[in-house]
Design a protein around this ligand. Sequence first.
Ligand SMILES: Cc1cc2nc3c(=O)[nH]c(=O)nc-3n(C[C@H](O)[C@H](O)[C@H](O)COP(=O)(O)OP(=O)(O)OC[C@H]3O[C@@H](n4cnc5c(N)ncnc54)[C@H](O)[C@@H]3O)c2cc1C
Ligand SMILES: Cc1ncc(C[n+]2csc(CCOP(=O)(O)OP(=O)(O)O)c2C)c(N)n1
Ligand SMILES: [Mg+2]
Length: 575
Amino acid sequence: MAKKIADVVVETLISAGVTRVYGVSGDSLNGITDSIRSHSKDISWIHVRNEEAGAFAAGAEAHLTGKLAACAGSCGPGNMHLINGLYDCHRTRVPVLAIAAQIPIRELGSSYFQETHPEIFYRDCSSYCELISHPDQIPRVLEIAIRSAISRNDVSVIVLPGDLALEEAGSARGIPSFSYERPKIYPSSDDLSNLSGALNSSTKVTILAGAGCAGAHSQLMEVAGVLQAPIVHAFRGKEFVEFDNPYDVGMTGLLGFSSGYYSMMDSDMLLMLGTDFPYQQFYPEDAKIAQVDLRGEQIARRTKVDIGVIADVGETLTALKPILKQKSDSRHLKASLDHYQKTRKDLDDLATGEPGKTPIHPQYLTKIINDLAAEDAIFTFDVGTPTIWAARYIHMNGKRRILGSYSHGSMASALPQAIGAQEVHPDRQVISLSGDGGFSMLMGDFLSLVQLNLPVKVVIYNNGALDFVELEMKSAGIVDYGTDLKNPDFSKLAEAVGIAGFRVEKPEDVAPALTKALSTKGPALVDCVVNRQELLIPPNINFEVVKGFTLYMIRAVLNGEGDEIVDLAKTNLFR
Ligand SMILES: Cc1cc2nc3c(=O)[nH]c(=O)nc-3n(C[C@H](O)[C@H](O)[C@H](O)COP(=O)(O)OP(=O)(O)OC[C@H]3O[C@@H](n4cnc5c(N)ncnc54)[C@H](O)[C@@H]3O)c2cc1C
Ligand SMILES: Cc1ncc(C[n+]2csc(CCOP(=O)(O)OP(=O)(O)O)c2C)c(N)n1
Ligand SMILES: [Mg+2]
C-alpha cells in the first residue's frame, strides 16, 4: 500500500536528522501528528503552549546544533502564531523547517473557516515557502525546502492542506537523504594579496569579529598577534570570540564598552571578520575597512568597505597569516587593552551587593549567576535590560553558549529558546535570563517545563516595568507611559504549577537562592526584585540630541555610571 503524504513528510524529516517537531496540534495537523506518533522511535512531537514558543525553541535547537530543526502549526491562527519566532530564525540565519497546515484544499479561495494564505505572509521571513496542492509534490517540494533551509541557513515553509496530508503519496521518489557537509570557501589570490598589502601597510589595525568567527578561534588569535590588533566583538560573536583572548577589548555599540568603540574609531584599518554589526554610526569614518564574509551580499551593507573578501573567515585567516608581516609597534593594542581594563573595572565595580542594602542591582544578580553557573551552561536572554546585563556580565569560556533574539530583537525569546536548548542538551544547565515583561509575554510555556520535564532555570529580572522602553522614552525626551507592570510574586506562581520557586528581595539572598535553584533537579524559578532606574539619561542626551529617533541612532554607549551614557560624539578618544 502506498504511504500517506504525512508519513512521507515525517520520514523525510527523520532522514534530514530532525528528531523533534515543536507545535500545537489541530485538526489540519492530524495527519502529521499521527504520523509522528507512529514514528515515535525516531521523532517526537514537542507539545508547547504557543506555536511562537515552538518556533523560538526550534531556532535555538538549530543555533546550537547547526542542523535542521522543525516546528508546525495548524491552519489559520495556529500557524500564524509561528511567525514571530520564524522571523527570528530567518534574521539569525538558522535552518528551520516550518509546516504550516492549511484548510482543506478544495475550500481554498472561499474565505473558508480559518482560511489564511501562509505562502504569502511567510515569504518575507523565509527563503523558500510553497503551498502543496498536489500529492506528487511530496517529497520533491519538501526536499527542496529542506535543502534550501540547510544550504542557506534559513527558514523554509511548506503549506500543507490537512486533507492532502492524509492522501496517498503519488510520487515514486523514495525518501531523500541529506548531507550537512559544506564546501570550503577560500579567498581568491587577488583578494588575499590586496588584503595582506593593506594590513601590512597599516599601523593601527583593529579587528571587529562576529559570529562568522565560529570555529576559527585559534586562527583569529594568531592573526591578531601578528597584527598586534585589538579584537572588538559584535554581540553574536561573543560566544566564539571573547574567551581565551588576550586581544579582547569588549563589544561596541550602545550596549557595548567604550573601549570597543574607541578601539575601532582610533584605528587606521578595520578588519571585519564574519560580522553584520548593524549600527552605522559606530564604524570609523577615516579608517580603511576590509570585510570578510561568506556571503557577498553582506559586504558593505553597514559601512563603506575598501576591500571586500567573499570567503570563510577561518580559511582566510589561515591563508593570510604566512603573508602578513609581524608588527612590532604595539601601542594601539596596548592603549586599547588599557582602556578595556578600565572600562571592565568600572562595570565590575557596579556589580556589587551589600547585605541589607537594597535595591538589588541587576548587574550584581547577573555577576552572581555568572559565578555560580556551570562551566558549560547555556544562557538565553530576553530583549530588554537583560540583554545589557548578559552582554556585560556573562562570561564565555569556549564551552558556554549564549542565545538571544540578536537581530530580530523580540521580547520573550529567552524562555522558549531555553526550552529548545534543554531539549537538545538535557544534561546541561540551561538558564533563562528573563525580563518580567518578557517572561509574562510567553508565560504559558512556563508550564511546558513541567509537561516536557525540562530542568530549565528561569531567573526573572523583576523591575516592575518595561524598563528598556522607559529608557528609550526618556532618551527621546518624552514622559514614560504605558510601561508599568503590576506583577505577582512569580515564585508563588511557580510553586502553584509545580516548579520550585524562590523570591529574592535582598542582596544577601541572591547567591543562596541561586545556589538552591541551580542545584534543583527539575526546573526552578528565581524571582529577583531588581532596581528599576539603573540606567539614567544624562542631561546632555535629550530630545535635542535624539530628535525622536531611537536610542540606537545616537553614537553613545550606556556605561552604567552616574552619567549613564557616554556621548561618544562629544568625547575625546582615550580621554
Ligand atoms: C536590545 C539589543 C541591543 C543590541 N545592542 C548591541 C550592541 O550594542 N552591540 C552589538 O554588537 N550588538 C548588539 N545587538 C545585537 C545586534 O543587533 C546584532 O545582532 C549583532 O551585533 C550581530 O552580531 P554578528 O555580526 O556577530 O552576527 P550576525 O549578524 O549573525 O553576522 C554574522 C555574519 O557572518 C557571516 N558568516 C557566517 N559564517 C561565516 C564564515 N564561516 N565565514 C565568513 N563569514 C561568515 C554571515 O554571513 C553574517 O554576515 C543588540 C541586540 C539587541 C536585541
Ligand atoms: C514582541 C516585542 N514587543 C515589544 C518590544 C519593544 N520592547 C523592547 S524591550 C521592551 C521591554 C522589555 O521589558 P522586560 O522584559 O520587562 O525587560 P526590562 O527592560 O524591563 O528589563 C519592549 C516592550 C519588543 N522588542 N518585542
Ligand atoms: Mg522589566
